[in-house]
Design a protein around this ligand. Structure first.
Ligand code: ADP
Ligand code: MG
Length: 464
């Protein structure tokens, strides 16, 4: 084969980048806490791949900053490994055009230079997340019906609407579909979509910059408030308090509130006053889709990608991936990319070859505090029971603090939940431990390296 033939065409290179980006997402998902991952990494996507230069785009200034400062080396490393060549990776701030639209209609150009005063508080809405692309099945019928109803008549039917369910089951899709449908039906409606994490970030920034009055004015000037992943507020007392007041202000004006969470209100570690308000509204859960629904979703995605997907392949994937629609989509993209690169058609045996190793036996294990405890105890040659016990000896207290810190960094558990996992300690003890370890990491490079190494082992789950 001549050198020329070996080079990938432009489209092929971009397809390869898309597949490599999927893989990068999977790896980062293991390393970054879930709300951050969902808000700042999942929303970014490949934009260009020319001559070893990769551009990843995001529409959020914060995400750009965060990706550049915390994750660029890792992203570059994974992409290089996937694509087999040295790369320069750049994170680019995208305008709101393209596949992403803004929830608030922005003034037409010329725009004033962006200052914080002008910055919309809503996160952008993804134009793919609309009702038309949402497949309804027995698992999500109620949530979908309620979502349509509140989009049609905000503030009139179910208020608040609380949608909950596991990862990758369509909560964000439904919330954003509500926003976009409402914007179509009621031009001029003020829609704000924000994740619990972004709300926290906005509030903390407002506090730091003494702009809470502006924060309140912006947040309370809303007709439809969509708050995604509110479990993120757990353990953040001041933000939760502010959220409570914002909630009441919006609700008392008769405006529509829609919330999502990965668990039911009764299982959330939030202020009881808030939980009782949620429970007064409409609760709708989304369960894992059954086989027929999974097949229907695959069919619909394949059709929208113009991808020929034989029924037997649909059945194969739908049987392989059962509990997460995001993974279902990921599998399809991977298969599509692979088949295009190899210039071959999609068959069950190709699907087995490409997907078996990713989704076959072992999905990456979930990290929880007990896994952290096992790894830390193992490293320091002590018992897990010591970490949970009350012994104040230095040899135990140090590892205990470290295990609390790593639980905070690596798991989705809230501070109170971590406290409980360590023999029923208070969440303030966990905060204290995290501060001590963070200070030590900042001062002591060898210690920082040890923490990194332990974190890596916990993620890989070697000894667990
Ligand atoms: P969650 O917010 O619950 O973690 P998402 O809303 O992000 O999940 O959904 C994950 C992916 O699966 C998205 O790309 C979304 O479009 C897709 N998805 C989820 N549910 C459905 C559905 N019922 N029909 C079509 N696509 C879906
Ligand atoms: Mg989500």
């Amino acid at each position: 084969m001549s050198e020329k033939q070996l080079q990938l065409g432009e489209d092929d290179a971009f397809l390869a980048l898309k597949a490599a980006w999927e893989r990068t997402l999977e790896e980062l998902e293991q390393q970054v806490n879930k709300p951050s991952f969902e808000s700042w990494i999942r929303t970014a996507h490949p934009v260009a791949f020319v001559d070893g230069r990769v551009t990843i785009g995001t529409t959020s200034r914060f995400a750009k900053h965060w990706l550049e400062n915390k994750h660029l080396p890792t992203i570059t490393e994974i992409l290089e490994r996937q694509l087999g060549e040295p790369l320069t990776v750049k994170i680019e701030l995208l305008e709101e055009e393209g596949p992403v639209i803004m929830a608030e209609k922005l003034p037409k150009k010329p725009r004033k230079p962006a200052s914080q005063e002008d910055e919309p508080i809503s996160q952008p809405l993804n134009s793919r997340y609309v009702f038309d692309t949402f497949v309804v099945g027995p698992n999500n019928r109620l949530a979908h019906a309620c979502a349509v109803s509140v989009a049609e008549q905000p503030g009139k039917t179910y208020n608040p609407l609380f949608i909950y369910g596991g990862a990758g089951l369509g909560k964000t899709h439904l919330l954003q579909a509500i926003g976009q449908h409402a914007l179509n039906l009621h031009p001029g409606i003020r829609v704000v979509y924000v994740s619990g994490e972004t709300f926290t970030y906005h509030y903390v920034t407002a506090l730091r910059e003494h702009r809470t009055a502006e924060f309140r004015r912006k947040y309370r000037n809303v007709d439809l408030w969509l708050v995604d992943d509110i479990q993120f507020l757990a353990g953040k007392e001041r933000t939760e308090e502010e959220f409570f007041h914002t909630y009441n202000a919006i609700y008392d004006m008769g405006k529509q509130i829609v919330l999502s969470s990965d668990r039911a209100p009764k299982d959330l570690d939030l202020d009881r006053r808030l939980l009782s308000r949620f429970e007064c509204g409409m609760l709708a859960d989304i369960a894992a889709p059954d086989l027929e629904t999974r097949m229907a979703i695959l069919q619909s995605k394949a059709a929208s990608e113009n991808m020929a997907l034989p029924n037997e392949v649909i059945l194969y994937i739908a049987r392989l991936i059962t509990s997460n629609i995001r993974q279902l989509e990921g599998a399809l993209i991977k298969l599509h990319a692979y088949a295009s690169l190899m210039r071959t058609s999609v068959t069950t045996s190709l699907a087995e070859e490409v997907l078996g190793k990713y989704f076959g036996e072992s999905a990456p294990p979930v990290i929880d505090p007990s896994r952290v405890q096992r790894e830390v105890a193992n490293h320091f040659n002590i018992d897990v029971a010591d970490l949970k016990g009350s012994c104040r000896s230095k040899d135990i207290v140090g590892p205990r603090h470290l295990a609390m810190y790593l639980s905070r960094e690596l798991t989705d558990a809230s501070l109170p939940a971590i406290g409980r996992a360590f023999g029923g300690r208070d969440h303030s003890t966990v905060i204290h431990a995290c501060k001590i370890i963070a200070a030590k990491i900042a001062q002591d490079r060898a210690f920082a390296a040890l923490v990194e190494e332990l974190a890596r082992r916990i993620r890989e789950g070697k000894n667990c």
